[in-house]
Ligand binder design. Structure first.
Ligand SMILES: [Zn+2]
Length: 839
């Protein structure tokens, strides 16, 4: 024991000393010379790599200085994060290649086209895209990028020169600048002069929401396919502009882990990924093994992580003729931490990332021709596949909602998928497609595999475990109508760039303005109108006026008796129509077929003041999605109310309070306070775990369905898989909706696909009118769910609303705002906010 303690102390002293004397040499290959004219990181950022956590601004200064000093490097800024940080990309290759870079790029892009099927690739450089720390609190990647970029700029000798002659390296030093900055600030502000590896130190216990995510708390390593965030947009443009052969994604995992590199779990590779992709990944892996063996670092492969969901950085490339590689380093989280593998220092974690960044380009150079050929073959096969589908197209649209269909088309555009307009209105299998709101995607194109991955429904799987979601079928997420068509005669011209959405308004009237509720951005319009103090009503039933039919939830703005006159109202509403890209219709009469405009069938709406519970106990992803929805999509002010100061907050000003998915809810006093507020007329909206909390605290009376799962013939070894298979990690299910209920205003179909990543099942209410959204008897549309759980899901209800005193309690068992790309269910939350009082 004494001995052990002594060696532990020695080890700590050694590692502490190591950090005191930390030098760049710790990371760099030592048998070569370095160009003295290239600034070292410490020359620019004022500290050694690994001594402090680099802040993003310092990272930027260094990369700019390197680009200035080295003729191997060019630098570009590809946009801004939500917090206005630049999204940098360094292009690194030999000075000779730099002079010829656009030709190299052009030749390289040809490989993945039909025309480039047979071009000679033997002398072309390989393109390697290396990206770091997409999770901001996994900082060893971005900190390694400092040393690595220095190495690429300054290393001398035949080895590096050969690599640079044969490679174009796209270096993205920080995939997540806002998260990196947030985490660096946390780790640095808690650093002691006497480094303390005690994992209990505050340095290693970040406060909510932590640095993993971006500004709106999104996990950006799920957005490579949906591309909803600015950081992803920049990355995807770079990807398609270069079609890299290898893309690496440097992460961190738990402190007690070692180092992981792909390939991952063999049975969990998406079937659209060719087998040879995994073989090449494994061959590249031999270079990582060698590099890590050399510095004595432990590692593993072919376990834990998978290659299934194409929205991840290491899996997305596999769908595009490239090879995506995930690295995971056991995290020191701050500067130094005790772990099962001894004292884990921050510099040690950086060195492993450096070593594998380098082994990646060594593998790239050695396997260059093989990997370029793989890419060529991938697109040769894809083109053949496309030609077999030459007469087939997918048509999608929403004849009541131009914006939703447009935003789906926007993803296609970002992913360089070709699509066309619809030349005439069409009806396919009973679905009506309006030409202004519809798009046609011909399958005969090189990106056929991307299209398949986005549009297919899949319900059978080899494995029952998933690292992430098992389904993401985009037309279901957008709730658009879609059909695959054969020899379709109505294909219009190709859309090379989407024209921006537009709104319109009729002539000035002295009577009333109307707009239906179906368009995606109607809540934005309604909120702006209410904020202006204008009286607005909503129609509870459909009606017809001037020969045009208006659906449930039509918004009506009378002209008379407003605070502004008819001219000012028209001007104001025309701005609203443009900003919200909706069509506002002016009418000169209140006489309709159905409810007249003065009828009690129109209910007056109130200005909303909404708060969202955030902080400890609340799921930060779910909370962030809601914040993003309000702020970025609908321009609605949202108060982020921290659960920690809830008890000290006066709630009177709020009309609605949202509780995102939570594992804790509020404390007893908080619950009582919230209940009093609801009883006085507030609307509380709880998601997922919050529905259980609201039930437990007697805000609402729900009956949950539970299964009695017992393991039969399951060995201890199989235990984890047995429980893992019961997880509903993310799949899509069919619900039947009652369109006359205010929660469903703005939905034109009787069915609505819902995203679900929970195992919360609620019995339907005994009165059918209280079940306006109900899972069908055969609800699985796409993705994986255990049989036992599917049984529970059938005919259960994901939504309930009940009164409490003068107030309203609303619950959703499912996330209607998932990852900013589930446009199809965003309106449910808006309906709960604006129409909650009518339910
Ligand atoms: Zn990560």
């Amino acid at each position: 024991m004494k001995n052990k303690l002594f060696s532990l102390i020695t080890l700590i002293c050694l590692s502490l000393q190591a950090q005191d004397k930390l030098s760049l040499d710790y990371y760099l290959p030592q048998n070569i010379s370095y160009n003295k004219d290239i600034p070292k990181p410490a020359d620019i950022i004022g500290h050694e790599v690994g001594q402090w956590h680099v802040t993003h601004d310092k990272l930027v200064y260094y990369m700019q200085a390197l680009a200035k000093a080295s003729d191997r490097i060019t630098i570009e800024n590809r946009g801004k994060t939500f917090e206005d940080r630049p999204l940098l990309l360094l292009t690194i290759t030999s000075p000779k290649n730099q002079q010829n870079i656009s030709q190299i790029q052009k030749n390289h892009l040809a490989i993945s086209t039909k025309e480039g099927n047979n071009i000679d690739i033997s002398n072309m450089p390989i393109v390697v895209y290396q990206g770091f720390s997409i999770h901001g609190n996994e900082p060893s990647g971005s900190n390694a990028a400092l040393a690595y970029a220095y190495y690429l700029a300054a290393a001398e000798g035949p080895e590096i020169e050969s690599i640079l002659n044969n490679s174009v390296i796209l270096l993205d030093p920080s995939f997540n600048p806002d998260g990196l900055q947030r985490f660096a600030y946390w780790a640095n502000m808690h650093k002691s002069d006497n480094l303390n590896p005690d994992g209990n130190d505050r340095e290693y216990r970040e406060v909510w929401p932590g640095g993993r995510t971006n500004h709106y708390w999104f996990d950006m390593n799920r957005d490579w396919l949906p591309v909803q965030l600015p950081e992803s947009r920049a990355r995807i443009i770079t990807f398609h502009n270069w079609m890299p052969n290898i893309l690496t994604d440097h992460h961190e995992m738990g402190t007690n882990s070692t180092f992981f590199f792909q390939p991952g779990e063999p049975s969990r590779v998406h079937p659209l990924t060719p087998k040879i992709n995994q073989e090449l990944t494994a061959e590249i892996g031999t270079y990582h093994s060698k590099a890590l063996d050399k510095i004595g670092s432990l590692y593993y492969s072919e376990e834990d992580y998978d290659d299934y969901y194409y929205g991840k950085g290491s899996t997305f490339p596999d769908l595009n003729g490239s090879i995506g590689i995930l690295f995971e380093q056991g995290s020191s989280r701050g500067h130094i931490q005790e772990s099962d593998n001894g004292i884990l220092t921050f510099p040690f974690t950086i060195r492993n990332q450096f070593a594998t960044a380098l082994s990646t380009i060594e593998a790239g150079q050695a396997m260059r021709v093989k990997i370029l050929k793989y890419q060529q073959q991938f697109y040769k096969d894809a083109v053949l596949e496309a030609e077999k589908n030459k007469s087939k197209s997918i048509i999608f649209g929403d004849n009541k909602d131009a914006a939703k269909a447009w935003h789906l088309a926007e993803i296609l555009e970002r992913q360089k998928i070709k699509f066309n307009s619809l030349s005439n209105d069409a009806t396919v299998n009973g679905k009506n497609f309006k030409k202004e709101n519809s798009y046609v995607v011909p399958l005969n194109q090189r990106n056929i595999r991307l299209i398949k991955a986005m549009f297919e429904k899949r319900t059978t799987f080899i494995d029952s475990l998933f690292y992430d979601i098992s389904a993401w079928t985009f037309p279901l997420a957008f709730n658009v109508d879609y059909e695959e068509v054969n020899s379709f005669g109505n294909i219009g011209s190709e859309i090379s760039s989407l024209a921006p959405l537009k709104g319109s308004i009729g002539e000035k009237t002295n009577y009333a303005y109307l707009f239906e509720w179906h368009e995606y951005y109607t809540p934005k319009a309604l909120n702006a109108i209410l904020n202006k103090g204008i009286r607005v009503k909503v129609g509870k039933t459909p009606f017809t006026l001037d020969g045009k039919s208006y659906d449930y939830g039509t918004i009506m703005i009378p002209v008379q008796n407003q605070d502004i006159d008819a001219t000012a109202l028209h001007t104001f509403l025309s701005t609203i129509a443009q900003k919200s890209t909706i069509d506002i219709i002016s009418v000169g009469t209140g006489h309709t077929v159905g409810i007249d405009l003065g009828s009690g069938g129109f209910e007056t709406l109130k200005k909303q003041e909404v708060a969202l519970l955030v902080g400890n106990g609340m799921n930060s992803y779910d909370a962030g999605e809601i914040w993003h929805l309000f702020d970025q999509r609908y321009d609605i002010k949202l108060t982020k109310l921290d659960a920690d100061y809830f008890s000290k907050t006066t709630l009177d000003r709020y009309t609605a309070i949202i509780i995102p998915n939570t594992n804790g809810g509020l404390d007893k006093a908080g619950a009582e306070k919230l209940k009093t507020w609801v009883k006085n007329g507030g609307t509380v909206i709880g998601y997922l775990g919050a529905s259980e909390w609201l039930n437990k605290n007697e805000f609402i009376d729900l009956k949950f369905k539970k299964d009695t799962l017992v393991a039969n013939n399951i060995s201890f070894e199989q235990k984890e898989k047995f429980f893992g298979a019961q997880v509903t990690g993310g799949a899509i299910f069919d619900s039947k909706i009652d369109r006359s209920h205010p929660i469903n205003f703005g939905y034109k179909n009787n069915h609505l696909p819902l995203f679900r990543d929970s195992n919360i099942f609620i019995e339907p209410n005994k009165n059918s009118f209280n079940n306006p959204i109900q899972y069908t008897n055969d609800p699985l549309l796409s993705g994986y769910i255990a049989e036992e759980k599917l049984k529970l899901l059938k005919n259960s209800v994901p939504f309930q609303v009940q009164s409490l005193g003068k107030g309203t309690v609303v619950i959703f068992t499912d996330n209607t705002n998932f990852r900013a790309f589930w446009y199809g269910t965003n309106k449910l939350l808006m309906n709960a906010i604006f129409f909650g009082k009518m339910m």
